[in-house]
Write a protein that binds this ligand. Structure first.
Ligand SMILES: NC(=O)C1=CN([C@@H]2O[C@H](COP(=O)(O)OP(=O)(O)OC[C@H]3O[C@@H](n4cnc5c(N)ncnc54)[C@H](O)[C@@H]3O)[C@@H](O)[C@H]2O)C=CC1
Ligand SMILES: O=C(O)[C@H]1O[C@H](OP(=O)(O)OP(=O)(O)OC[C@H]2O[C@@H](n3ccc(=O)[nH]c3=O)[C@H](O)[C@@H]2O)[C@H](O)[C@@H](O)[C@@H]1O
Length: 480
């Protein structure tokens, strides 16, 4: 029986391995992690991540050919194929701080693999890594190999959170990069056979190592660039009276452009877009390509601009101050159908409002009070480390109250803002909400989920990203 071990039981390692186990009953899959609490949760009824369809997949295979364990070394030494899906945070200090990928967790995993291995192994990069990481990993492994042959493959993951299971069941493509040697090609074929259990062969792309590594960074950069492009347009729409939804629709009808990923928003979030673009920028700079680096840097700058523009719009609309005012925040996760808050735009918006001394009442159907307090007290990039290694502020943020429904959040509030596009926000009883708010009552829709004209009829003053402004907002300065 082929044995697979995946180091890192996170958002990628957990769902990907669960789907491999489901689709390949003849393969034994062990997912290992240094975080005891994560592994305990994977072995319980309350999985550590919320992902539609995941519970079902895990329940079908756990204890049969899918195992979650903290016995990292044991499972690594027994495996034929080892996936490495550990954190690759942005460096916060030293060379490349604020941009380069921190490969500490990757390197320690590689050294451990070299230490405990007794037979030949295929080591698969699942984490998103800088181009040429495979070369560094190869060196660590071969210099410590005791005669064992290691083949390194790059097999980046393209799943998106909230749709991870469907993405894994029906991937647009699976990408496998390897060395152009007979051993390298053989390793590619071995991994290809695993995916071929359920992925059509023409969707499995095989390339050299560096193309696979770079394609992952490129794909995320292209996706994020589309959002920054439409968000840049949203600012121009507000200034001119155009409607960004109509513009996106018209632009997306061009089959060369396509309709997906053109929703204007308060900004993109998530654990990867910013991190991966910063990483790409750093690689460009290191390769003497400052113009290319600046081009991609702009995608992040526009994203930051969009978030601060939103906060400025809120504050300036509410008589230029939110000091002491209750503001309801509906949605904190970085997108709907996930409880993940990593780099969520809600953090920057909330911090901006807190900077103006607002009182926040936050509701998200999937994010806990503890997580929100942790996010609002953490330094940038500190979130991307194994949970037990994250520096924690012992104090919560006083002006923040986390509540369990939207009506409680909005009661007596001066304004409400929608930061995640949860479906339940579309069908809220806005008349009841309006009646219970201070007047004038403001709605700031960072995801374009509400029907602005209906809300205006109720009496709200409404701001929707990239939509024609109502009279109240027109004369207010939006950009500080
Ligand atoms: N979250 C996503 O949707 C996607 C993430 N990626 C990439 O996949 C990688 C992992 O991301 P996530 O799963 O989101 O991170 P995560 O933080 O959810 O999971 C990483 C896990 O690795 C564990 N870990 C770290 N060092 C370890 C070690 N030496 N031994 C054993 N376990 C160790 C941590 O405790 C943690 O549970 C990153 O490189 C990310 O860029 C790629 C595609 C999608
Ligand atoms: O490398 C990764 O981590 C993953 O990053 C993204 O997936 P994810 O971050 O989970 O979610 P997305 O659906 O891409 O959304 C990212 C952010 O962009 C925002 N977004 C998305 C689409 C859009 O039109 N507008 C928009 O503002 C979302 O609200 C969210 O905040 C990519 O879509 C995945 O292919 C990739 O594997």
């Amino acid at each position: 029986m082929v044995k697979i071990c995946c180091i890192g039981a996170g958002y990628v390692g957990g769902p990907t391995m669960a789907v491999i186990a489901l689709k390949c009953p003849s393969i034994e899959v062990a997912v290992v992690d240094i975080s005891v609490s994560r592994i305990t949760a994977w072995n319980s009824d309350e999985l550590p991540i919320y992902e539609p369809g995941l519970d079902d997949v895990v329940k079908q295979c756990r204890g049969k050919n899918l195992f979650f364990s903290t016995e990292v070394e044991k499972h690594v030494s027994e495996a034929d194929i080892i996936f490495v899906s550990v954190n690759t945070p942005t460096k916060t200090r030293g060379l490349g701080a604020g941009k380069a990928a921190d490969l500490t967790y990757w390197e320690s995993a590689a050294r451990m693999i070299a230490d405990v291995s007794k037979n030949d192994k295929i080591v698969v990069e699942k984490s998103t890594v800088p181009v040429k990481t495979a070369e560094a990993i190869e060196k660590i492994l071969t210099h410590n190999s005791k005669g064992i042959n290691f083949q390194i493959l790059s097999n980046p993951e393209f799943l998106a959170e909230g749709t991870a299971i469907q993405d894994l069941f029906h991937p647009d493509r699976v990408l496998i990069g390897g060395r152009d040697t007979p051993e390298g090609q053989k390793a590619i074929q071995t991994l290809k056979k695993v995916y071929a259990h359920w992925v059509p062969e023409d969707r499995i792309i095989c390339t050299n190592l560096w193309s696979a590594e770079l394609s992952k960074l490129a794909a995320n950069a292209f996706l994020a660039q589309r959002i920054s492009s439409v968000n840049a347009m949203s600012a121009l729409c507000e200034a001119t009276g155009a409607d960004v939804t109509q513009v996106s629709n018209a632009v997306g009808k061009d089959s060369r452009i396509g309709p997906k990923f053109l929703n204007a928003s308060v900004g993109f979030g998530g654990s990867c877009f910013q991190k991966d673009i910063l990483n790409l920028v750093y690689i460009c700079e290191c390769n003497g390509l400052p113009e290319v680096a600046n081009y991609w840097k702009q995608v992040i700058k526009v994203n930051d601009y969009q978030k601060s523009r939103f906060v400025n719009r809120m504050v300036s609309s509410m008589f230029n101050t939110v000091s002491g005012k209750k503001i309801a925040i509906l949605g904190f996760a970085f997108k709907k159908d996930t409880g993940d808050t990593r780099e969520t735009p809600a953090i920057d918006v909330c911090k901006g409002l807190l900077g103006d001394n607002a009182h926040l009442s936050i509701y998200d159907p999937q994010v806990t009070q503890e997580q929100i307090q942790r996010d609002l007290s953490m330094e940038k990039f500190d979130w991307d480390h194994p949970t037990h290694l994250q520096p924690m502020s012992p104090y919560g943020v006083k002006q923040v109250n986390v509540v369990s429904d939207a009506h409680e959040a909005t009661k007596d509030a001066h304004g409400l803002c929608i930061l995640t596009e949860w479906d339940e926000f579309k069908t809220l009883d806005f008349k009841r909400i309006y009646d219970n708010m201070q007047k004038p009552a403001f709605v700031f829709d960072g995801r374009n989920v509400v029907d602005a004209s209906k809300l205006r009829e109720i009496g709200f003053i409404v701001y929707s990203i990239g939509k024609p402004l109502d009279a109240w907002l027109k004369d207010m300065p939006a950009v500080a």
